[in-house]
Design a binder for this molecule. Sequence first.
Ligand code: NDP
Length: 268
Amino acid sequence: MSSTNGKYDFSEKVALVTGSSSGIGAAIAVQFAQYGAKVTITGRNAENLDNVASKIAEVSNGVEALQIIGDLTIDDSLPKRLIDETVTKFGRLDFLVNNAGGSTPNGKLTSTNLLEEFDQVYKLNVRSIVELTQLAVPYLEETKGNIINISSITAFVPFNLIYGSAKAALDMITKTSAKELGPKGIRVNSINPGPVVTGFGRSLGVENDKYYEFLEQFERETLMKRIGKPEDIANLASFLASDEAINITGSLMVSDNGTLVYSPKFEI
Ligand code: NDP
């Protein structure tokens, strides 16, 4: 793959990045656009989506992102709309990044509304991804495209029963869909980040300030004494999406500053 605008040339490519109104998804959408891709961005917050669309226009010489507002836990027609509108607007689909995700504040067996939380978290982190993947397959088969699922290192160590088990389920979905879709020429991989500075605290019911304080303290629990940035994850996503990663499918790629091998201590 030649490079015209940095490391990768995505100029003929079209990407759908879920949860791209902030954090990791926004960084991935902006970086893909910087490398020339046309991008669909989506989330619940219209103002944040507008801000990401402006950044995309800046890095891509005015190429407009397609913005679709919606809630994956409420709007059952959203996955189909995301795929259909992307293909209608841009004519193809090369990269599906299933990034939208999050937890709930408790996720413990003692939570009074355990099962409601369970349904909500699994709908967002698991069910919507299965549906989006199924809907994307015919288009990705045409382009020999690929899928990147954003999981978490909490899939590997006990942290939060609901969120961690949902991400563990997602990891098996990554591996089994890679196996099923490999013969169609579609690669499927996962990125499992450690703590990253984003708005993620909101989904844990923690104010941003408290979440950033936790991250600051958590720095010493990482091997590299460093907390991840959304761009770290975007760098790996761009590599995985590119033909440079032609040899990689069914992989769970940890990006955590060595947290897992050093001290997997999660308590907020
Ligand atoms: P953010 O909260 O910054 O971003 C989450 C994104 O998902 C936002 O765009 C948000 O949209 C969207 N989203 C959340 N809920 C819904 C919903 N119900 N329907 C549609 N969109 C939704 O967090 P991150 O960037 O950190 O999270 C991105 C992914 O990374 C998630 O899958 C998360 O589990 C994973 N992750 C994050 C880590 C971290 O430390 N930050 C560590 C490991 C994994 P909006 O804001 O518009 O509602």
